[in-house]
Write a protein that binds this ligand. Structure first.
Ligand code: M6R
Length: 357
């Protein structure tokens, strides 16, 4: 039930810190260790490459977790779109392990890949929010997101739960293979949950930012580098699907290779900055678009923020910044849609689960 919330999406955005804590409870044993089926952990730890296969927001979550998984497990990760991978399967490694990320567990594009993977005899894991769903039944292993029903068509809490689930799984692999030296998933997720809590409390501020910069615009850009780029892609998808603003998530450095031609007087460009190494470069790119008339909005973590940045993110582990950075972008999409009077939970042309290929 959405209770006092005007839309499910807002309720689901708000639930995200609670979902982080719930996941920790579900997958932590009494000694503080990861409690996940050892057969799954061993099989994944012995693989030579992890393939994440997904669509839409789940695909973006895969990208947001890639460097986390690679850093902690030292196993290379490929992230693939289901609708491409199934028909143009790349040359696979010798011992691949497949992860299907799917909130609903019913996405036809992802299922057709799983059918092929089963025929090839490779091990698979479905990470889903729906127990007993098709992809969960057909994969060798399942991990549940425990996020509670996600009703709004725009996926929010499933995205952050998928990243958190992958962080916990990754911790187990890193321990098994002794590749993990310093990452403590449960501790870092508790910090991230607190950070997300602070961000969902910024509703008024974000709503007025939207009024100021995005009230009438027909297009917008999100830019960032590394993990910030992956969040930019998710942020742009959210803006497109519920507010019908033509939005693009762009690798900040790539803008000047063509797309900068689209910048006009007043075009909103939102920069995400959570990484000390690339932050100054993204700021440079924001300057470039500003000098061509763009209105720039900076979403930066507190250790890298400047006085006039519009959104300040609490500091979290560098591999988990997407968990906090995505929250203001979800709220921005929500307020653009709401302020324009759209049905936030049921955008046109879309269904909650896409069961056709
Ligand atoms: O249920 P799934 O995670 O497999 O769904 C994948 C996409 O259809 C889904 O994420 C879609 O992109 C959402 N509407 C995004 O908000």
């Amino acid at each position: 039930e959405k209770g006092t919330y005007p839309f499910y999406m807002l309720k689901e955005i708000d639930e995200q810190p609670t979902v982080m804590r719930k996941l920790t409870q579900e997958y932590r044993d009494d000694h503080g260790k990861v409690n996940i089926d050892l057969n799954l952990v061993n099989e994944m730890a012995d693989s030579d490459r992890i393939y994440i296969v997904a669509c839409g927001t789940s695909y973006n979550a895969g990208w947001a977790a890639k460097s986390l998984i690679e850093t902690v497990t030292q196993i290379p990760v490929e992230v693939q779109l289901s609708s491409e991978f199934g028909y143009n399967m790349p040359l696979l490694s010798k011992k691949p392990f497949f992860i299907f990320l799917t909130q609903s567990g019913e996405t036809a594009d992802s299922r057709q890949v799983l059918v092929q993977i089963n025929q090839l005899g490779f091990p698979s894991l479905t990470i889903t929010n729906v127990a007993g769903s098709t992809l969960s039944r057909e994969a060798k292993y399942t991990l549940l997101l425990h996020a509670g029903p996600e009703i709004a068509v725009a996926s929010t809490k499933a995205y952050t739960a998928q990243i958190a689930m992958l962080a916990i799984l990754t911790q187990a692999i890193g321990e098994r293979n002794k590749t993990n030296t310093s990452f403590d998933a449960f501790y870092e997720l508790s910090i991230a949950a607190a950070g997300m809590e602070a961000m969902v409390d910024e509703k008024e501020r974000l709503s007025s930012l939207v009024e100021q910069y995005l009230s009438t615009t027909r297009n917008a850009f999100y830019i960032g580098r590394g993990n910030d780029y992956h969040v930019a892609s998710e942020a742009a998808l959210k803006l497109k699907e519920i507010s019908y603003v033509q939005a693009e998530g762009f690798a900040a450095g790539e803008l000047k290779h063509g797309t900068i031609a689209l910048i006009e007087e007043g075009t909103p460009v939102l920069g995400i900055i959570t990484d000390a190494k690339t932050g100054p470069h993204t700021r440079g790119n924001l300057k470039e678009v500003e000098s061509r008339g763009a209105n720039t909005i900076v979403i930066a973590s507190e250790d890298l923020a400047r006085e006039d940045d519009q959104v300040i993110l609490p500091k979290v582990h560098p591999l988990l910044t997407s968990l906090v950075a995505v929250v203001p972008t979800q709220l921005i999409a929500y307020y653009v849609s709401m302020q324009r009077g759209y049905d936030v939970d049921k955008p046109r042309n879309l269904a909650k689960s896409v069961t056709v290929e």
